[in-house]
Design a protein around this ligand. Structure first.
Ligand code: C2E
Ligand code: MG
Ligand code: MG
Ligand code: MG
Length: 267
């Protein structure tokens, strides 16, 4: 179903857009590490509309600019609620349109500072398709965000446009490997070779790696053997509403606390 920009704008102003969170885990240990914010449109009748059905239309207009900032502010409020625990960072997807937004890094800083949150708690995701923008402009944009203390991830890496030139020069912190590169059972030798090479060059270029769309035990075992840093996928968790995500953070925190009473009482 395709919605009009007008319908999406109304949804935004009527607070029907909400943010779900999908946890990311350390590949080797399955420890909760961070989350990704993913927008949902909750209709008054309760139906949930996925981004594929309205983000492309929003991207054709400037509405996407407002939506991404709206999501970022919602993320700040969620992080604020988390302040009793070790705070798990949250990544936010930004449309490539923001690359041309004036003073993007300053705007982000002002918003995050309003909530008094440490900047490393926010990660900006930009898809590799952003490469269609003039490369120097994209790299300057990424650098200005990192200079302000936030982290930057290249999303959907390997899904189409990536050139080796790009990987060599992009000043990002994280490469998120697109789910299309990962087959269901990971039995293909060529697939292993390609993924192994991606992880090797990413790590040697000082970037962290994330595999998305991990659904099977075979994929998990495969990614463990390849030294991938974090994984995201239905095998661990689907995107969930804020209250569920906060409860999950609390449960993880409790599970990681020292069980030994002597340890708890020691200064
Ligand atoms: P993305 O940023 O690559 O997000 C990951 C997508 O993969 C999410 O789809 C997530 O639900 C899905 N996913 C996670 N684990 C699995 C799995 O194991 N298997 C499968 N098949 N899928 C999995 P979602 O939430 O439908 O979002 C789709 C895309 O919409 C996102 O892809 C992102 O590009 C865009 N998007 C979402 N929220 C926002 C937003 O706030 N702003 C902007 N500009 N784009 C957004
Ligand atoms: Mg993303
Ligand atoms: Mg992605
Ligand atoms: Mg994707």
């Amino acid at each position: 179903m395709n919605y009009t920009a007008e319908e999406i704008r109304n949804a935004l102003y009527n607070n029907e857009l909400c943010v779900y969170y999908q946890p990311l885990y350390v590949t080797m240990t399955s420890q909760l590490k961070s989350a990704e914010a993913l927008i949902r449109w909750k209709k008054p009748d309760g139906t949930l509309i996925l981004p594929a059905d309205f983000i492309p239309v929003a991207e054709e207009s400037d509405l996407i600019m407002e939506i991404d900032w709206y999501v970022t502010e919602a993320v700040c409020r969620t992080l604020e609620k988390q302040n009793m625990m070790p705070q798990y960072p949250i990544s936010v997807n930004f449309s490539r349109k923001h690359i041309r937004e004036e003073n993007f890094a300053r705007k982000l800083t002002e918003l995050v500072d309003k909530y008094e949150l440490p900047h490393p708690l926010i990660e900006i995701e930009i898809t590799e398709s952003a490469m269609v923008v003039e490369e120097n402009r994209l790299f300057d944009w990424i650098t200005s965000i990192r200079n302000a203390g936030f982290t930057v991830a290249i999303d959907d890496f390997g899904s189409g446009l990536s050139s080796l030139q790009f990987v060599k020069d992009v000043p990002a912190d994280v490469l998120k490997i697109d789910k299309s590169l990962l087959s269901h059972n990971c039995e293909d030798e060529k697939e292993r070779i390609v993924l192994e090479s991606i992880f090797t060059f990413a790590h040697r270029l000082h970037m962290k790696t994330v595999a998305e769309g991990v659904e099977t035990k075979e994929q998990l075992a495969f990614l463990r053997s390849l030294d991938c840093n974090k994984i995201q996928g239905f095998i661990f968790a689907h995107p969930m509403p804020e209250d569920e995500y906060l409860a999950l953070c609390l449960a993880h925190k409790a599970a990681e606390e020292p069980k030994d009473i002597l340890q708890i009482q020691s200064p």
